[in-house]
Design a protein around this ligand. Structure first.
Ligand SMILES: [Zn+2]
Length: 109
């Protein structure tokens, strides 16, 4: 038999430091499992980035929040972000997207 610290169990964690409530357990598992598929680093952080969508000779910048591997720079998009990008792509096709000019696209000759 081994001693189970009552205090930790009351705080929502079992004696192995694992959350006992279902939602906290889900979050705990996700954080533990999140590893970069490219370099296996677990240093992954949420960042606001500007995704580039090409349309003919134009480039449209779209601000999205993604998970970025701090080690190799690989980006991870969640379903919501993918939907946002797809939505902007289709609105762009239908010319139903409000945009402003922020620069020029130049080519070296
Ligand atoms: Zn990586």
């Amino acid at each position: 038999m081994f001693f189970v610290p009552i205090q930790r169990m009351k705080n929502g964690y079992n004696y192995n430091g694992i959350p006992t409530r279902p939602r906290a357990l889900d979050r705990f598992r996700k954080e533990k499992e999140m590893k970069c598929v490219i370099c296996k680093s677990s240093d992954i952080q949420k960042k606001m980035i500007e995704e580039e969508i090409k349309s003919g000779m134009d480039i449209i910048l779209v601000s999205v929040e993604v998970l970025v591997c701090m080690n190799c720079g690989e980006r991870y998009y969640d379903r919501k972000t993918m939907r946002k990008i797809e939505d902007i792509r289709s609105r762009l096709k239908q010319k139903d997207l409000e945009v402003e000019e922020v620069g020029k696209v130049l080519r070296a000759i």
